[in-house]
Design a protein around this ligand. Sequence first.
Ligand code: UD1
Length: 380
Amino acid sequence: MKVLTVIGARPQFIKAAPVSRELRKYDEEILVHTGQHYDRNMSDIFFEELSIPKPDYNLEVGSGNHGWQTGQMLIKIEEVILKEHPDALLVYGDTNSTLAGALAAGKLHIPVIHVEAGLRSFNMKMPEEQNRILTDHISSLLFCPTETAVHNLKNEGISQGVYHIGDVMFDAVLQNINAAAQKYNMNSILSRLNVIGELGRNRINIEKITPKQYYLATIHRAENTYGYEKLKTILKAFELLDLPVIMPVHPRTRKIVEDNVGRRFNNIFFVEPVSYLEMLYMTQNARKVITDSGGLQKEAFFLGTACVTLRDQTEWVETLTDNWNVLSKIDHNEIVSIVIKEKRINVNNAAHKFFGQGNAAKKAVEIIRQIKPEGRRAAI
Ligand code: UD1
């Protein structure tokens, strides 16, 4: 069987790593990188660190408005499908690369396999929500990470081809956390962190930052980075926190801060995007994570680090259990009080209960192999 996998953004490289390794034991995989993320530290580093095979095609689409970016991908993925004649097309998550892959295959009656199906924020203004709903509705095989995701699909009338397999990101964390701990310690990480000089004129005072004595923050969602107002509120809150904030900066966020900032930050250490293993290490050792990322909320939960999510809603409602993850509005007083106040009840968290046993990729591949492509074709 020949599976054409489409990936393009940072979280998809992480999700694809365990599935691709499993899939290639039995089947042929053609890997297509759309080029949505293209900087070395947003792309290549993940392929190297996670031993993901080199893409067979790099579409080099790059950045642009949503319509343009998705359209370019659609045109180019269709060309690859017509050349390769795959039996199925595999996509992950909710990015523009996901939707473009699903749409290109769906229109050519190639069965679509969606890993991380059924997630919903119920906020249709989010590009990710539009991408995931549309992708789910043209998919033949839908692999759900949680029971909640299965339930969401059922509410939209989708029950055929739906499988609850657990979360491939949990697989990835379990497979890599020991390597992260072996490769890094606090000093080695901090000395490697390249502080972005123009943003924070401070240099990291390594003495000051020890395990559990810093917050780890990432902000990149369109809703928080559209214009500077919300981002300004978030950064103001970070300046008021009781511990230093290490913030690996997504290029979108960096551009907005650089264009608007005319001040010095004293408590925020802006650093270049870090690698997956570095991020795992820093997440496990942070006092708390503060983020608007979907993936990082979960990684914090998997690793037993409390999280504050700067959004009005989360797709990963399981992480809210026992206040491991707490949502905050974009209000500097609310952010500060939620981060500083220890709301989490200190019980063992339930990653295994909600996100599977770390064998989601194996399960996905078993199901893909059991169900003949023709059968899935008929389902379209
Ligand atoms: C995308 C996904 C989001 C995911 C995120 C992970 C969509 C709609 N959103 O958002 O769901 O959580 O990836 O990071 O697909 N840029 C660079 N270098 C890069 C990549 C991006 O400079 O390597 C800059 C560009 O200026 C670009 C901006 O970042 O305009 C945003 O990139 P974009 O492709 O729009 O998506 P993300 O914001 O990363």
